[in-house]
Design a protein around this ligand. Sequence first.
Ligand code: ADP
Length: 257
Amino acid sequence: PARPIYAEQLPAGLQTISNIVAVSSCKGGVGKSTVAVNLAYTLADMGARVGIFDADVYGPSLPTMVSPENRLLLMNPEKKTIIPTEYSGVKLVSFGFAGQGRAIMRGPMVSGVINQLLTTTEWGELDYLIIDMPPGTGDIQLTLCQIVPLTAAVIVTTPQKLSFIDVAKGVRMFSKLKVPCVAVVENMCHFDADGKRYYPFGRGSGSQVVQQFGIPHLFDLPIRPTLSASGDSGVPEVVADPQSEVSKIFQNLGVCV
Ligand code: ADP
């Protein structure tokens, strides 16, 4: 997709990135980080050069979900830049890899830290940078969206939390910034057992939501023990089992972003 607004004011550190995709949710615990990480590794598997920026300063998930050998970001003292760590060919930056200093911070400080981590990193040439957004649509999220020229947004939600109000908030924030919401992922929508399919949170009003907001794609992501186990093990499911049903869902999502 063509670069949207702010291209001319692009922070230097981001000028070598072709597509910046936000993975966002209105609430915590819906699977946003799971989607961000598996989407990133799927794009890498499809041949793209990819980085993940974990912008969730209060609860960084990337260090749990992906286990690089080197678990600390390095500084280039001359250029005063940050060198990302890397796992399976994907560049990784998270506050959780920043060592000491995970402190209690107020909003403006968090925005400053995110801005610094994101824009002083030596990302190098990337086809995609996937941003695991902090949950919600408050000031931190808005500031982040203003610093970064996003090319697309993916909204993650679960059936029981899939209220029009929540998704609308997300869509409204991105549309104000002229960022297209390319897909909604309805996570934990069902599971299969004893040859039957169960919908523990009710059947999603997902299709209604995407219709109402004109979002082009809706993906159902089932509850899968392997997905949470791989999230805890440091090897993303799409890396551990590239042929799985889940990997196919992420391949379809990868084509949309
Ligand atoms: P968020 O980033 O929205 O806070 P996470 O991606 O950290 O959510 O997911 C919360 C927890 O739920 C994690 O332990 C994760 O492994 C698990 N989880 C997420 N999606 C699924 C799924 N489809 N099936 C099984 N477990 C899942």
